[in-house]
Design a protein around this ligand. Sequence first.
Ligand SMILES: C[S@@+](CC[C@H](N)C(=O)[O-])C[C@H]1O[C@@H](n2cnc3c(N)ncnc32)[C@H](O)[C@@H]1O
Length: 150
Amino acid sequence: MLERTQLYATDISPGALGNARSGILQRPLDVDVLERYKASGGRGELREYFTPLNGQLRLNDNLLQRIAFEKHDLVQQPNHVSAHLILCRNVFIYFGHELKNRVLDKLADALVPGGFLAIGVEESISLCESYRRFDILSRKAGLFRKKLGC
Ligand SMILES: C[S@@+](CC[C@H](N)C(=O)[O-])C[C@H]1O[C@@H](n2cnc3c(N)ncnc32)[C@H](O)[C@@H]1O
């Protein structure tokens, strides 16, 4: 499956992209990380994906190599992908209503029908007009699915 997967990591900030390229999680390896991994359905060992490095975790090279890191402005630039899953956590917090709606519409355009969108648990998109293009999987977890035919 991994061989058939293309991952894109995008951000408007070169600094954030630099951090991401290093593959190092910007938080210490602690019990919380392991518990969250299990709670989110992780069945294997975390070391299949990460290697401990100086008390932190670094994404393994086989995964890192599959990620295309690109500077991308969600507001100003057009989409160039057709995605099955978009993780856009804690980005909507930067936008007012109009931008939020514009970006949500773009994310919906970028998803295949039935594709998944995850946003931050503190964020809300329910007042956006483009919200009607999604079904709610878990409001609490910030998980949505693009409706078929939308
Ligand atoms: C709070 S951080 C969240 C990072 C990560 N998603 C997470 O949950 O840990 C928000 C990120 O959104 C990026 N961002 C803000 N406006 C953006 C835009 N118009 N296009 C793309 N990225 C943007 C910022 O540079 C920042 O890295």
